[in-house]
Ligand binder design. Sequence first.
Ligand code: RFL
Ligand code: PHB
Length: 372
Amino acid sequence: MRTQVGIVGAGPAGLTLARLLELQGIETVVFEARSREYCEHRIRAGVLEHRVAELLREAGVGARLAAEGISHGGIHLQFDGGRHHIPMQELVGRGIVIYGQTEVVKDLIDARLASGLPLHFETAVESVDATAGVIRYPGGELQCDVIAGCDGFHGVCRQAVPAEAFEREYPFGWLGILAQVAPSMDELVYAHHERGFALLSLRSPQLSRYYVQVAHDEDVAEWPDERVWEELRARTALDGWELHDGPIIEKGVTGMRSYVGEPMQHERLYLAGDAAHIVPPTGAKGLNLAINDVRILAEAIAGGGLEHYSRECLRRVWRAEHFSWWMTTTLHKLPGGDPFDERLQLSQLRYVTTSEPAARSLAENYTGIEAI
Ligand code: RFL
Ligand code: PHB
């Protein structure tokens, strides 16, 4: 068996790459360890940068995104008892689109299957040979001109690239819930609070997605629904505003890590998305970076310049790493509770909510920096 591009992993990176290469007439085979059902229901990101939403539309997988995606022109930062709006659309001329990663994945899987192209679910790749261009899976081997390692942080491809690792772990995590209730706010609220960080987000006009900062190894069992709502209320309280609750239909804890492996390529193997880098979710960058990597990879496979792939991706990756680290360390309660750190955080939050150039810098990064 042989193909032009063998793709390991059917997350947003692998599926988007498969779609972009299909449009260029390049042959691909996609392997995915999990079932279709699992991939379509794994709840993760919800924020698409303006340009990423545009790319999905241009790739012909944006019909539902155009109909159901919710455009936001700003976000709120809350601290010190006040809620402050960052009008991103006004500041940098673009906003974000709220559309769940689950929906992006469903649209891409539908498109792939409608084209009748190979996508093998429940087929975990065992190993890849970067030099020979071989993908090994239970019961067979696939010879590829190029292998795209899109199998996330816990996949097998990352280990096949001799890379230098740059890493930071954070001593806290997020408890996330999905609730069947209309969002209580018009745009996302990032809240700095002495009890810890909280984030109010959404998936649709009927579904709210809320997070509270917890310990990195927090046991979900310690968080009955009532406790989650109490903590969310305490951390986002504002005079004249109320957080509405509803049935919680999903609850989970996620850790926080920054990671970059350099370079992102070795011989015939090219890493993209979480397989190459991880950001803490505070900047909403993970999914966006994954899609940006494969945009660059698809262009290089179709048009040449694969030798520069890693270098080109890493410029944006490091910008997003810095921004995500900055959002994370500015908004979370740092264990140990050093009052000096807290004063620095509040000063920084006051700065970005009062100085227009500072707010513009935040908006430029949050909506997806163009000049990089
Ligand atoms: P994925 O989505 O992890 O997909 C990798 C796929 O590879 C499969 N796989 C294998 N397949 C075959 N053989 C093997 N040996 C395999 N090993 C693994 C896996 O089953 C999986 O299907 O990586 P990809 O495509 O790089 O996409 C990255 C994004 O999923 C990730 O960066 C984002 O979800 C991060 N993230 C956010 N990003 C944003 O841009 N905006 C957000 O608002 C945002 N919020 C979040 C997030 C991540 C979160 N969690 C849970 C980590 C919120 C949360 C809570
Ligand atoms: C989400 O809606 O899941 C979400 C939004 C913004 C973030 C992280 C996650 O920064």
